[in-house]
Each structure stands twice: as C-alpha cells, then as structure tokens.
Design a protein around this ligand. Structure first.
Ligand SMILES: Cc1cc2nc3c(=O)[nH]c(=O)nc-3n(C[C@H](O)[C@H](O)[C@H](O)COP(=O)(O)OP(=O)(O)OC[C@H]3O[C@@H](n4cnc5c(N)ncnc54)[C@H](O)[C@@H]3O)c2cc1C
Length: 353
C-alpha cells in the first residue's frame, strides 16, 4: 500500500538530537503541527560521553519526565569530573544531588524524540530549502525510496548539530570562516584502575589539543582526544593510550567501536548563528556548546527558546527570530563564560582551532 505523507506543517525541524526534540516538545505543547526529519535511522548513534549535567536533568524532567532506567548504563550515576593536570595530580569537580546520569546517547535521544509529541520521520534528510517570506519550501530526501519530496512549512528549525547544511546555505561566507576540529573516541572491552564513577579529563597538551578524556560505560573503556582539522590525531592518541596503559593499568581486550566527529569554533569565539528570516538554528548548529564539550543543556534550552519564539510569532505576528535572539541572550553569555572558565582551569585556550 502506498503511504501518503502529509506535506504541510507549521514547523519542520531538521535533526532529532536533544535540540530538535526540545524544539518539537515546546511547539507541540502549543498545539502546532510539527515534523522532525532525521537523516539517520533511529535510534541513531551519537559520539558522546553521555553525561546528563544538572541543567539538562532539570529540563529533561520538566518537559519529558523522568529519564527511564533503560537509558542508563553502568555505573548509572557519576560522582563528578576528575581533571588531571598531569598524571599524578587531579582536581575533582563533584556533581550535586547524588551524581549525574550516565547514559547511552542513542537511547536517551531516542526516548526524548519519541516523547516530543511531533511526527518523526527517520532516514529522511533535508537537502535544500527556499524561504518565500510567508512559507518555506523544503527539499526532503527519503532514503529508502530514494525519492525527493517537497514539504512546505511556516518555519524551519536547524537542529542539525555542528555540521549544518542549513547554516551553510544561509550564509556561505560565515561558513567559510569557521575553523574545525576533529574529535575521536575508542570503545574497548577491557579494564583499568581509573575510578569508573568519574569522568576523567587529561589536560596535558601532549595527549590532545583540547584535552583527552576517559570514562566507563557498561564495562567498556571509552577514551578519546581531539585535534585541529588537518592535523594528525594518531600521535596524540597513541601517546595517550600508552600513558593510560602504563600509569593506570589500562588493558585493552577487544575494540568494539571507534568513531569521530567534527566541531567548530563558533562556541569558543562567541559567533552564534541564530537564523535568518523564518529559519532558526538551535543547539550546536547555532554554536551552543560549552567548554569541555558539554552541549546537551544548551541544546535543550535553545530548542525550547526557538519553540517559544515561533509560537509567539505565529500568535502575535511578531518577528520570531528577534524574539529568539532576545530569549537566548543569557545562554549565549553562559556559553562564552564557560570557555573563559575552561581556559582558566586548563591554564590555556581549550579550543585547538
Ligand atoms: C566526544 C564528545 C563527548 C560529549 N559528551 C557530552 C556529555 O557527556 N554531555 C553533554 O552534555 N554533551 C556532550 N557532548 C556534546 C553533545 O553531544 C552535543 O552538544 C549535543 O549532541 C548537541 O545536540 P544537537 O541536538 O544540537 O545536535 P546533535 O545531537 O548532533 O543532533 C543533530 C542531529 O541532526 C541530524 N541531521 C544533521 N543534518 C541533518 C539534515 N540535513 N536533515 C536531517 N537530519 C539531520 C543528525 O543526524 C543528528 O542526529 C559531547 C560531544 C562530543 C563530541
């Protein structure tokens, strides 16, 4: 039987990560018709340490409910972040209220989007769009049928993460000036002497240009590092791995997964890109990512702000982008402050770009 898809919505959101889910939840709460397009198959994998910081926990509980046990990994809660200035000395940054949830992002994000109250189509990617002022025509690609379908909406939200096709199309000049870094992460069966109840960060430059990290999830030893795009990651990673083996008894038994992603310097330079016309950007697509790579909290909050701005814009006729710009003022200030604090803690600029 042929499936007939609806082709007109109040809002279309590209991306089913936390920013897209929060935007969808906020808009659905206002009774708007929302479609979320996700280019990958859900639940989709996301390279992440999967720590739900206090602000993310609060927003999640308020808008989506209690995080279900199926989303947690072992250990379920982390006691804090342990930052190593060298291999002998560390400072602990404890988490409040019994610790921070330790989750698989694939499961947490999937639970969020299923509870967002919007129509969700996975394996659908946004390929292009045209903003005609009072409506937007979206060129959407359905992977399974290899078909291109046109959908119209009043507003479009880019919740695409750091690599945003929408941002690139809206302002190619802005995009050209971005500087990028590569983050890489290994997942191994094995063990080590590092306390699994902490997320560990190694600040010495010899292990990575941002910092090198380590955590444990369901017994897997997860560790990674980051470098400027175009630079060799392997020398840092091998030095880091050797150090973990020699100093912390890391024993690697079987490589289960390796993954990488790209990030840019919008967050650390305060060059946020909030949108143009009736197109709004949220989460990492807009440049919201805090120092040490914490980004779920600002993805959730900016998704909700975009929803509030659009809902008000639809009701009052006011400019949604101007409202969104006002609503995100504090979040932008906090992101900039986090990079300053990060640099103070690390004793150097934390963004390798
Ligand atoms: C190594 C690492 C560890 C991290 N650890 C943590 C942590 O422990 N805690 C924390 O708070 N943050 C962490 N972060 C940051 C966090 O993962 C991100 O900031 C957060 O995922 C951003 O959410 P988002 O919704 O903006 O984008 P994403 O989560 O990246 O979601 C974007 C989605 O959009 C989809 N998409 C992209 N383009 C299109 C398109 N054109 N059409 C349709 N779909 C599209 C993508 O497939 C993806 O699913 C970490 C990041 C890294 C790299």
């Amino acid at each position: 039987m042929e499936i007939i898809h609806k082709t007109n919505y109040d809002v279309v959101i590209a991306g089913a990560g936390p920013s897209g889910a929060a935007a969808a939840r906020g808009l659905a709460n206002e009774g708007l018709e929302v479609l979320v397009l996700e280019k990958k198959k859900l639940p989709r994998y996301k390279i992440c340490s999967g720590i739900i910081f206090k602000k993310s926990q609060d927003i999640t509980e308020k808008y989506f409910g209690k995080i279900p046990s199926s989303v947690y990994v072992k250990p379920e809660f982390l006691k804090g972040v342990r930052l190593w200035s060298d291999i002998e000395h560390f400072t602990d940054w404890p988490f409040s209220n019994g610790g921070a949830p330790n989750v698989w992002r694939s499961e947490y994000d999937y639970w969020l989007i299923k509870n967002a109250g919007a129509e969700v189509r996975d394996c659908w990617s946004l390929r292009g769009f045209k903003d005609s002022g009072n409506y937007i025509t979206l060129e959407c690609h359905e992977v399974s049928s290899n078909e291109t379908v046109n959908i119209t909406s009043k507003y479009l939200i880019s919740a695409e993460g750091s690599l945003s096709l929408i941002r690139a199309k809206l302002d190619p000049e802005f995009e050209k000036n971005l500087k990028w870094f590569i983050a890489y992460q290994n997942y191994y069966e094995g063990d080590s002497d590092l306390d699994p109840y902490f997320y560990h960060g190694f600040l010495e430059l010899q292990y990575g240009e941002v910092y090198a990290w380590f955590s444990v999830k369901d017994g897997l030893q997860i560790f990674g590092t980051a470098v400027k795009k175009g630079f060799q990651l392997y020398p840092y990673l091998s030095k880091y791995t050797e150090m973990l083996e020699e100093r912390f008894g890391l024993k690697l038994k079987k490589l289960v997964k390796k993954s990488a992603c790209m990030g840019n310097d919008m967050c650390s330079t305060g060059r946020f890109f909030l949108g143009k016309g009736n197109v709004l950007l949220v989460g990492e697509a807009a440049g919201f990512l805090n120092a040490f790579g914490e980004g779920i909290s600002c993805a959730l909050s900016t998704g909700l702000f975009a929803a509030e701005a659009i809902s008000k814009g639809i009701k009052s006729g006011d400019d949604a982008l101007a409202l969104y710009t006002e609503l995100t003022k504090q979040e932008r200030k906090q992101t900039r402050a986090s990079w300053k604090l990060g640099a103070k803690i690390a004793g150097r600029d934390l963004m390798p770009t």
